[in-house]
Ligand binder design. Sequence first.
Ligand code: FAS
Ligand code: PHB
Length: 391
Amino acid sequence: MKTQVCIIGGGPSGLLLSQLLHLKGIDTVVLERQSRDYVLGRIRAGVLEQGFTELMREAQCGERMDREGEIHEGFELSDNGVMRHVDLEKYTGGSTVMVYGQTEVTRDLYEAREKLGGVVIHNVEDVALHDLNTDTKPYVTYTLNGEEVRVDCDYVVGADGYHGPSRKAIPADVLTEYEKVYPFGWLGVLSRTKPVNPELIYAKHDRGFALCSLRSQVLSRYYIQVPLTDSVEDWSDEAFWDELKKRLPEDVAARLETGPSIEKSIAPLRSYVAEPMRWGNLFLAGDAAHIVPPTGAKGLNSAASDIYYLYHGLVAHYQNGDDSGLDSYSQKALARVWKAQRFSWWMTSILHTFPDNLPYDQKLQGTDMEYLFSSEAAMTSLAENYVGLPY
Ligand code: FAS
Ligand code: PHB
């Protein structure tokens, strides 16, 4: 099989890039390890930056998002029951975020690929990357139903997430990895209940962090911080709702509509960056290159800016023979990735309880919250990072 760009990974990064390139006449093949239903069954991100929504519209995938997604002009920050509003629109001069689940984003992308006849091959196994940094062109091999297939291409894009093979194809003496593991995870619940609040509530509490989010007016998404030693089996629905209520302001807890969980999972929190994001004719994008704790809603949104840079670099290469975008991809993508890393670390640091925190550290957390609400500059910094820094 021959193509121009072989993309490993049929998550949002891989699908969005393949759709954008297709519309520019650039041929791609997407190789995905799982079935489409499995990919769509993963419940992940919920908040989209404007940069992401604009890319989705450019990819001709924004129609349902604009119809069903919710524009949010701010969110609430609660500190041990005292809730205060963060006015994103005011502090950014008009920017907002879109609340629309990653599952729906991925569904829209799959349907768009199908409509254009895009090549997305599911259930592939044994994906291996070859000749990434030689004078010859790269190729990728995989097996499907026991048969080995070879894909000859100009470029390989590793959009295969943290556990995929692409990053591992970069020699250890070339790759530098930066990691920070947090001593807790997020227990998330999806429930067919009316969201407790029109906007998201990020709740700092001595018992631990909690987040009230949503997917629609009839589908709510909630999280509570839990120790890494916990497992989903430790948490009945009733126990989850009781603990969530304890971490929310009393009036919010009183109006919380509870119901059976239709999805319940624990995600560990980690900050991770791999550099460089290019090696020869291999480009890494999204979770294949970086991971953030979900506190700042930057995981999916960092993937979007990678895709933006890579998309424009590949179009310039194929349409004008201009390689400047590809040559600067890693440096440009990482510059924005690290700012998202910083913001995600900062939001996580001020909102969660850390088992080893000293009383001094706890005082600093409280001071950070007070400084936010006493300084236009501090609030502007929070708001501009949350809505998404420029690409
Ligand atoms: P993905 O991991 O989504 O997709 C990679 C794809 O590559 C997968 O479909 C995988 O099956 C495939 N793949 C892997 N190995 C392969 C192989 N060998 N061959 C072929 N295909 C292979 N972000 C937020 O902003 N907010 C959140 O609340 C949030 N919650 C999250 C919860 C969890 C449990 C996880 C893991 C992530 C969460 N994220 C969240 C981050 C998440 O949204 C990612 O940023 C987003 O999925 C990135 O998309 P991709 O880069 O496409 O990676
Ligand atoms: C979600 O709705 O899943 C969500 C929203 C905001 C975050 C993290 C997760 O910061």
